[in-house]
Design a protein around this ligand. Structure first.
Ligand code: ATP
Ligand code: MG
Length: 282
């Protein structure tokens, strides 16, 4: 049986999910156009879930055309810029190896050499590394997604973004990364407090909205379909209203109602049993 997921990213094999099909199609379309995209949204709004699904879709639909790599900057907060670049390059190398492994083929000798012999020390070295990597990948387009971007060390932000901006502005359809997704909680303007002009003003902003009433209804209906227990329509509306459709809160409400409150399975009038303070007229 599936569950309402409240611990990190959710997936349709184990959890009831909102498919976000429209937003996913929009995002994938922008990736295919080679855009550099930023997704900034508060905690627990489904950012990681969303881009993981997008990467999966790109891998499945268009294998061999796109080369998707996922990084996470959460751990770098207290790193110096040189240590950050040194680790970054090793992680890029591991991700590339992982993609090849998944495809069941070995990387070319030239690519192996590049990964073995590179030492990234700063943003210029990174730019040159990407240039060489792009040449070696040939027709395959590197898609780089960076989750928890806010963790980037303070003294590395500006150079990092300037290099990517340079690649975007001067790169052709063969630029590497071909498409970039930056995912975080703070906006780039907030990260780059000491600068009046963001070096990343090429960004394509993407908003990940809270769930609509319709989406909350569809999410809860998946439980009903599986278990046979319905939610009274006013309960669905009440959950949507009181959470403002915030993805985590919607799931947490549903979890409390379906797993923690021992409500008999045939009962649909949840209102009187909602926790105090969340009742409709309280
Ligand atoms: N598509 C979805 N369908 C159903 N629930 C979702 C969906 N996306 C997110 N959620 C809910 O939001 C919670 C957080 O999801 P996720 O970890 O993807 O968000 P996040 O924005 O990356 O969070 P954080 O800021 O903590 O990294 C999930 O545990 C789940 O309760
Ligand atoms: Mg996340």
């Amino acid at each position: 049986m599936k569950t309402f997921g409240t611990y990190g990213p959710v997936n349709p094999e184990e959890n009831y999910v909102v498919s976000r099909a429209v937003e996913l199609a929009d995002f994938i379309n922008r990736v295919k156009q080679g855009r550099y995209i930023v997704i900034f949204a508060p905690r627990q709004t489904g950012k990681t879930t969303f881009f993981q699904w997008a990467l999966e879709a790109l891998t499945v639909d268009t294998a061999e055309t796109y080369f998707p790599i996922e990084l996470n900057f959460e751990v770098y907060e207290n790193y110096s810029a040189p240590d950050f670049y040194n680790s970054l390059y090793r992680r890029i190398g591991r991700e590339i190896a992982r993609v090849f492994q998944k495809r069941g083929i070995a990387p070319s000798e030239a690519l192996r050499q590049l990964l073995e012999n590179t030492k990234l020390t700063d943003h210029v070295a990174m730019m040159e590394f990407f240039e060489q990597l792009g040449e070696l990948l040939g027709d395959e387009k590197l898609i780089l997604i960076i989750d928890e971007f806010d963790g980037i060390p303070r003294d590395a932000v500006s150079g990092f973004l300037r290099s990517l901006r340079n690649i975007y502005v001067h790169g052709s359809m063969r630029k590497c990364p071909y498409s970039l997704g930056v995912v975080g909680v703070k906006s780039i303007a907030q990260l780059n407090l000491d600068r009046s002009i963001s070096p990343f003003n090429i960004q394509d902003e993407f908003t990940l909205p809270n769930f609509t009433l319709e989406q909350v209804r569809a999410l809860l209906a998946q439980y009903t379909d599986e278990v046979g227990q319905a939610f009274a329509p006013e309960v669905v509306e009440s959950i949507h209203r009181q959470t403002a459709g915030q993805p985590f809160l919607v799931n947490r409400f549903a979890q409390i109602l379906t797993e923690e409150m021992d409500i008999p399975k045939k009962r649909t009038d949840y209102n009187r049993t909602l926790p105090k303070g969340t009742r409709r007229n309280s």
